[in-house]
Design a protein around this ligand. Sequence first.
Ligand SMILES: Nc1ncnc2c1ncn2[C@@H]1O[C@H](COP(=O)(O)OP(=O)(O)OP(=O)(O)O)[C@@H](O)[C@H]1O
Ligand SMILES: [Mg+2]
Length: 249
Amino acid sequence: MILDIKNVSKNFGGIKALKNINFSVKKGSIHALIGPNGAGKTTLMNIISGIEKMDSGDIYFKGFSIKDKPPYKRAEMGLARTFQNLELFGNLTVLENVIVGMYLKNQRGFLSSGIMLRGINREIVDKSLSILEYIKLSHRQKEIAKNLPVGEQRLLEVGRALATEPELILLDEPAAGLNMRETKNLSQLIQKIRDEKGITILIVEHDMELVMGISDLITVLNFGEVIAEGEPLMIQKNPHVISAYLGED
Ligand SMILES: Nc1ncnc2c1ncn2[C@@H]1O[C@H](COP(=O)(O)OP(=O)(O)OP(=O)(O)O)[C@@H](O)[C@H]1O
Ligand SMILES: [Mg+2]
């Protein structure tokens, strides 16, 4: 197991966002975390990446507790993520966003130190260009990130995550706002990342066709609790899962 979530709970005031969550992600798998709106999926992603603190419980990444590690330490260990609300550096170019991703892993303080993208060595630029090629965004390298259509911004978020050379990528609704063709491309990219690079994927996603098509295992959250876990076909037939989704508007 590359990730173990152990008894994780989180309250926001009176809201029990996560109640004693337990599950594990197998190394090399594509694992989906699904559930109706407000189920607690993003909260859990935030806790795993370290930008939100849990009230109780623990999380093990590659067998080590990461509970007390700040986000950059988790990134250094090989944990990367994308955001439901895109969080690119909007005013930087597409290429610069990937370059920054590469620096974020090893050279903390690069941005705050005010060093801009001068004097960056050729190797880093070349590596970043090859990532853009991998995500099929090379033709956009000089564009300002915020000017890209949402579909390409989501791809760029994946590219920036790849730039940190992660072992596990957390994807929070990577298909939100994508059309059918873009979703198909994304689905192929995610599988390629797993198959070719061996990177484990934990994906939160509402697009059921995407989830059912690529996931090895699915964990279902509802009102902050795990209500089911299994392979796609089993999850689709699970009465608890069906009623959780039917309970939604
Ligand atoms: N910072 C916060 N302060 C207060 N309440 C919060 C905060 N973040 C999340 N919540 C609440 O916690 C619960 C879980 O929210 P979360 O965003 O994790 O759900 P989600 O499963 O990601 O939903 P969606 O599918 O809509 O993205 C919700 O009731 C939400 O309103
Ligand atoms: Mg969410």
